[in-house]
Design a protein around this ligand. Sequence first.
Ligand code: FAD
Length: 461
Amino acid sequence: PWSVWPIPLCSTNQAPSGWMGSVTVQMFVCLLQGSPHIQVDIYERLPVPFGLVRFGVAPDHPEVKNVINTFTQTAQHKRCHFLGNVHVGKDITIQELMQAYHAVVLSYGAEGNRTMGVSGEGLPGVYSAKDFVGWYNGLPCNKELQPDLSHETAVILGQGNVALDVARILLSPLDLLKKTDITQNALETLAASKVQRVLMVGRRGPLQVACTIKELREMVNMPYTAPDMLPADFQHVAQALADLPRPRKRLTELIMKTLNEDHRGRQGVKRWGFRFFRSPLEVLPSADGSRASGIRLAVNKLEGVGDAVTAVPTSEVDEIACGMIISSIGYKSLPIDPAVPFDFKRAIVPNNMGRVEETTGLYCSGWVKRGPTGVIATTMNDSFDTARTILQDLESGAINVSVSRPGSSEVVPLLEKRGVRTVSFADWEKINAEETKQGTAVGKPREKLLDVREMLAVAWT
Ligand code: FAD
């Protein structure tokens, strides 16, 4: 039924990172292999590809970034084209893309973040993990963040892998970070850091902690650090161990082993730890009100059983004095275009197996499809589902290919009329070469360009 070809397809982004990048990438592989007639154009807001693989995955996890090689192979496929520097929803509407293509896939991730909703949240010294991660990873919009690391204790709200990434970056020996692609700016700020203790706060208990064992093990094994936990948080944990499913059991055993090790003799080390059963009530201002100086927490009790266990505040309150608070309670997708349905409660594009509700020819994949959770592998599997859905709709005729669509041959002139020049994959490779050259000079895999204008100048020389 789809003898009319080429069939241009468009994704509004390239796929993301170690976790996400690979996802969309693999979807395109699936599509390109699914039919010799399909063409894929990837629109990306920034001049550089790879989304959270480049701007989210921690600099000291280079092995995760290897998915970039897979993505590069896909982007170099003769039926796949990268069009960077295009802000979809601003430079071009979704309706215009849908007129130009037989199918459009939204894969624009989760660029907002959940807020704590407590007073004092806007005080200097309070940061979102999203901005902090973007800052050390060179995301252009976060380059001016200048986090204040002049206080001894930092509190992170959240106990997931992103919280652990942030804690590790704050506490890692500089010699380790110097060999990564962390920005020079971040390295200099971290070199002057006074942070000696990082506490990660969670609403529930040790049996519900959200990180994975690999990330926890990295914390446990980090040189020149020691754990800082409250034994009272671990009552009843030992008795519960026997009935836990295996991955949760191993994770809990590692926490318990860490708790029980004797670190008293270790002087001069930095400290990290979990604080369980606590929810933020208020960011406490300094005496002159100019910045954050601590956080007031409700002490919770747990109700319910198993995965359904919920944290309920008691009348007890706890306070931690700290000069830095990083809220790591989740990323959040935002609407891209008024014409696209959006579920504000769940912060996703509502869909059925990747088909956007009420909109024939529009699909979604990645975090915008199912919410901002899951590692690259999860996102990858989910993107295979969307690719299969598209191939099914081509087979069934639900995607009407009897009328040919112009694809980028219509979109690019429209963008040019609006003063938007696109960045090709070959252009990105010039940026890549420049970053690699600058990095090699200082013993790093790359030194990321932080400014979009600078990226464009290199891309278009
Ligand atoms: P993204 O990767 O965010 O991609 C979205 C892309 O869309 C971006 O390139 C963005 O610039 C672009 N875009 C946004 N809006 C527009 C627009 N309007 N127009 C055009 N383009 C637009 N997983 C692992 O397996 N291992 C890890 O070590 C790991 N570390 C992580 C660390 C952090 C801090 C985070 C947040 C996540 C991490 N993940 C990790 C998870 C992984 O990054 C995600 O599963 C995956 O990146 C989600 O992919 P995505 O395509 O949905 O979104």
